[in-house]
Design a protein around this ligand. Structure first.
Ligand code: INI
Length: 156
């Protein structure tokens, strides 16, 4: 497995400070055992970066396919400095995986670019369940990204 990147080592403290930010998390309940743990890691990481508990909003969605639309609606509400889309798309016997994974990734990029709100791609796409489990802690990276990106934008 590739080495995990600790973003805190690459950015100055000012960019890692979440104290002024409102963060939304859209969480797919498909593969809930994985996505809920991802949420917990992301939540802890947001608190470690000084995000106020009251400024974190979780919205559950049925599956990763629904994430782009809900993230877009959340962005359009203008309540959030950034949004994290959390999901786990695991390859099965059918090609359903490709449709769900492709729609989720293209859709999230599109929602982020059209709204101008950072939407962090927190969706694991793996060949099997074990690979997804091994990558649950990647959610910390996604949470840190959700702080760094809006802070970068503020400074541009
Ligand atoms: N949704 C996921 O989040 N992960 C998956 O692995 C998955 N697979 O494999 O089917 C999945 N399917 C559901 C999909 O996201 C939608 O919720 C459903 O098709 C209704 O639109």
């Amino acid at each position: 497995m590739a080495e995990k990147v600790i973003l805190d080592n690459f950015f100055e403290n000012e960019l890692l400070d979440g104290s002024l930010l409102n963060i939304g998390l859209a969480v797919s309940v498909f593969n809930y055992e994985i996505t809920n743990e991802m949420y917990n890691h992301a939540y802890d990481s947001l608190l470690e970066h000084k995000v106020d508990k009251n400024k974190i909003k979780r919205v559950n969605v049925p599956g990763a396919f629904e994430l782009p639309l809900i993230c877009k609606k959340m962005a359009e509400s203008e309540k959030y400095d950034s949004i994290i889309a959390i999901g786990a798309v695991i390859k099965g016997e059918t090609d359903h995986y490709d449709f769900v994974a492709n729609n989720a990734s293209n859709g999230i990029a599109n929602s982020s670019l059209t709204t101008g709100t950072p939407i962090i791609f927190g969706i694991l796409t793996t060949n099997n369940y074990k690979q997804a489990k091994d990558r649950i802690t990647d959610a910390k990276y996604y949470a840190t990204s959700s702080i760094i990106v809006p802070n970068i934008i503020k400074k541009l």
